[in-house]
Design a protein around this ligand. Structure first.
Ligand code: PHE
Length: 513
């Protein structure tokens, strides 16, 4: 640490830190409680100041177990009414005329028990407060001139006010205490954690550098009213000093990511649409030219809702046109799939398997000539949960409708989207979907794994999809999982981690990257 660094450190000390530092001296440690008292600050404040000073390397905090003493109930009683020998002597001295009294009388007027009387008598005699003699076979007490001043009684009274630590007893007091401890049921001895402070070497150098006049801790209204020029010096604040960790409530990072994705699409000029999670298979499959015997529609892949049928999910002429497209291609120029399309199959209800159900329904409802829309939401697939697949996950989906839109536009939009998420190496690979032609898969290069990762499917909706809905312009469409993107961002290797909700881990996720 250089001198100027140390000077800065000293200048930025808080009033509490300065006060505490000033009562410490090099080479010896001091109990925190004593230091607080000497510095004239509350124990709580001293504790905080000690924490700051130790994080700055100026003080070491030594924690140790310390014995401390307080009183048992009997002890409190004795502190109040006096130890038996004291009571005996006081009783005798209270009465000026009567210089002598029989032991029997005094003990019955004080209510002392026989065994107490003998001990008390012995003590009072040894202290020189009383003398004994016998007359007519009876034991008598005579008072002396010695003042009744009992160290044990004094210590008891002190302990009745507050517990005392062993280390803060004087030598004489600790001798008295061991006497008191010999008497049953008076003193309680316990251990507690005590902190002592010790100056570090740097701390003792700092101590010498504490300026006489410290800068002000805060700006007050009065200061601001002063004519400029006489504005007091302010204490510099060390913005690098450590601060306590806080864990306020925050959004789950999956939700935060969903919002970030929304933000990006909106910034690219897209509008968000929403659609139900429960869909007739008509929108989830049929409208997308997925034949009714397609393997993806099987129960092993899709969650069906038992004994529920969809009604009035589309205008009769749309249903009719889609039936024809499936059977022989309708008037789309396609040959269709060549099977008998059944409305009963289209009425079945599923948990949507992709968000494409939402965008295709949007096309049917609006028949737009131009559109840029997106949707984000949960989808469901009857799959085994593994490190890379979940049963319930998020998809991001989008479409662009326009007279002149091309595959190139779509690649451009997705490249832009990924780059806004910090993924810059993107490529597109041909693939197949029943509802798009041509069809692609977008892949991004993920440096940490040195691997290309598939992110979303895309293509131009086939005429078999768009024409029956009354849409004649080309429609660019894409959709893909969201959790994979989150995994890339946080370097998570197992998708299940995202929903384990381990509190320690959730707390450690930064709000900002
Ligand atoms: N629906 C496809 C999936 O779930 C993705 C896709 C959307 C493909 C739109 C083409 C067009 O993987």
């Amino acid at each position: 640490v250089t001198t100027t660094e140390l000077e800065q450190k000293v200048a930025s000390l808080h009033r509490l830190e300065r006060n505490l530092l000033k009562v410490l001296s090099e080479g010896s440690s001091k109990p925190l409680a004593d230091a607080a008292k000497q510095a004239g600050i509350e124990l709580d404040q001293a504790r905080r100041a000690a924490g700051w000073l130790s994080s700055k390397g100026l003080v070491t905090q030594i924690a140790k177990e310390e014995k401390y003493y307080s009183l048992e109930p009997e002890g409190y009683k004795a502190a109040e009414i006096g130890l038996p020998e004291v009571r005996l002597a006081r009783e005798l001295k209270k009465n000026n005329e009567n210089k002598e009294i029989s032991v029997k009388d005094v003990s019955s007027s004080l209510g002392l028990k026989d065994e107490e009387v003998n001990v008390a008598l012995g003590r009072a005699k040894r202290a020189g407060w009383v003398e004994t003699f016998s007359r007519n076979g009876l034991l008598f007490l005579r008072r002396t001139d010695k003042e009744v001043d009992s160290a044990e009684q004094n210590l008891l009274e002190k302990l009745a006010k507050e517990p005392i630590e062993k280390s803060s007893l004087t030598e004489k007091e600790s001798r008295t205490l061991s006497e008191l401890k010999k008497r049953p049921r008076l003193i309680s001895e316990r251990l507690r954690r005590a902190v002592a402070l010790r100056l570090t070497h740097e701390g003792s150098v700092a101590l010498e550098k504490i300026p006489k006049e410290a800068g002000a801790d805060k700006i007050t209204v009065e200061m601001l009213r002063e004519p400029s020029g006489s504005f007091p010096k302010l204490r510099p604040i060390d913005v690098t000093s450590p601060s306590p960790k806080l864990f306020p409530g925050k959004k789950h990072f999956v939700q935060a990511f969903v919002e970030e994705v929304r933000e990006i699409f909106v910034s690219l000029g897209f509008e968000e649409v929403e659609g139900p999670i429960v869909q007739p298979t008509f929108w989830n499959f049929d409208a997308l030219f997925i034949p009714q015997n397609h393997p993806a529609r099987e129960m092993q892949d899709t969650f069906y809702l038992k004994s529920v049928k969809a009604r009035n999910f589309a205008p009769a002429e749309v249903i009719d046109r889609i039936a024809q497209v499936h059977e022989r291609g309708g008037n789309t120029g396609s040959k269709g799939w060549g099977y008998e399309w059944k409305i009963e199959e289209a009425e079945r209800v599923v948990l949507r398997t992709h968000t494409t159900a939402v965008t295709v329904r949007y096309l049917a409802d609006r028949r737009p000539e131009e559109a840029k829309i997106f949707t984000v939401g949960k989808v469901f697939r009857n799959e085994k949960v593994t490190f890379k697949s979940l049963v319930e996950f998020f998809q991001i989906e989008g479409i662009v409708v326009g007279r002149d839109v091309t595959v190139r536009d779509m690649m451009g939009i997705l490249t832009k989207f990924y780059s806004k998420l910090g993924l810059s190496k993107v490529k597109f690979w041909p693939t197949f979907f029943p509802y798009t032609e041509p069809s692609f898969q977008s892949m991004v290069f993920y440096e940490p794994l040195n691997k290309w990762i598939e992110l979303c499917g895309m293509g131009i909706f086939r005429p078999e999809v768009t024409l029956p809905l009354g849409v004649s312009n080309p429609v660019l469409a894409w959709g893909g999982g969201l959790e994979r993107l989150i995994m890339l961002r946080y370097g998570i290797k197992d998708i299940r981690e995202l929903y384990r909700n381990d509190l320690a881990w959730l707390r450690s996720v930064n709000l900002c990257q």
